[in-house]
Structures are given as C-alpha cells and as structure tokens.
Design a protein around this ligand. Structure first.
Ligand SMILES: [Zn+2]
Length: 185
C-alpha cells in the first residue's frame, strides 16, 4: 500500500508501510521516530505529544515494528496516523545499521526487499556496497573482520576495534559458522 496525496504546495500527505528504526525523545512532550519506507527511504517524523500517556500513536511506533503510517508534511514531517502490523525484528543492531547507512528521502527498493526478507547484516552491508565476504580489516588487513564502523565506512577486526565506540557507531557482524565452531571447540 502506498499513497501520495497533495492538498496544496504547503501540505502533503503520504500513506505508506514502514519499518520503525528508532524512536527518541524530542523536547518536553514530543518524540522523533525514524522510519524506513519502500518509496521514501528513511524518514524522520515527529510524534506530537508522543510522550504523553494518552498518545495513541507512540505505541504503534516502537523500534522493530512493521507499521502503516500516514505522514503529514508541512514544513517538517509528523505522524498523522499509525497502525502496528507486526513485530518485524527484535534485532536492534540491524535497525541501527540501517539507520546509520541510509540517507533521508532516498528510496532503496533492494534494501526494502532485503529487510522484508529478514536478511542478516552481512547481506545488508553488501547492499550498501560493502561486501562482507571479501572484507578485510582496514588497519591490519585480516580477513573475516568482526565489526563495521559507520563513521569510517570500514570493516575492522577484533584486535584493532576501538573499544571506545558507542552502540550507534558500529555493527558487530554475526560470527560465521566456521568461526563459531572454532570458538566452541
Ligand atoms: Zn585488524
């Protein structure tokens, strides 16, 4: 489902499905929600009075939810309506990865498809142009790096990984089967 309505030059409405990537507080009462949508790409929208206990919208816009939303663009974008369809993923690292590696209002149909198919982070990184299979640590060139650092857009191994980074600054790759066996033996 995707619908685009245009009332006049000042105000537009979009009805779209979306994956909720993040939700954060904005001022006293409002919240900011980051969505990934099939046709608008990443969208940051305000939930007016989202922090109020009476907010009907905020509960439908938790990170990891697949929702249907009505977006209202009038200068900034805010949520007009939201309806949760399903919990899509509880893997917050995937959501952080998509949030960090996408631009607002750039659609990416391949990425949307991969997300719908619940692809893992390696697949997503490949879509972003950083093939995980041939990746090497950018400091020591070791194969099979354990991390992807957003700011540098580089892979990094366990040894070279700067421990000072916050969760929002890197993606930790899932261990390959080969490696996992090595660790459990
Ligand atoms: Zn290294």
């Amino acid at each position: 489902m995707n619908l685009f309505l245009c009332y006049d030059e000042q105000m537009q409405e979009y009805i779209t499905e979306a994956l909720v990537l993040d939700k954060e507080e904005k001022g006293e009462l409002d919240e900011l929600v980051t969505l990934f949508t099939p046709h608008l790409g990443k969208v940051v929208a305000k939930i007016m009075s989202g922090k109020k206990i009476t907010s009907k919208l905020s509960g439908h816009l938790e990170p990891g939810y697949h929702t249907h939303v009505r977006l209202i663009q009038k200068n900034a974008i805010h949520i007009g309506d939201a309806l949760k369809r399903a919990m899509h993923t509880r893997d917050m690292s995937i959501l952080r990865l998509v949030k960090a590696m996408t631009y607002e209002h750039h659609s990416d149909p391949d990425l949307w498809r991969a997300l719908k198919e619940k692809s893992d982070g390696k697949k997503l990184l490949t879509i972003f142009g950083f093939d995980a299979e041939s990746a090497m640590c950018y400091i020591c060139n070791v194969r099979e790096p354990a991390y992807f650092v957003f700011q540098d857009a580089m892979y990094c191994c366990n040894q070279c990984f700067p421990g000072t980074l916050s969760l929002n600054e890197y993606y930790k790759l899932p261990l390959s089967e080969k490696k996992e066996n090595r660790y459990t033996k």
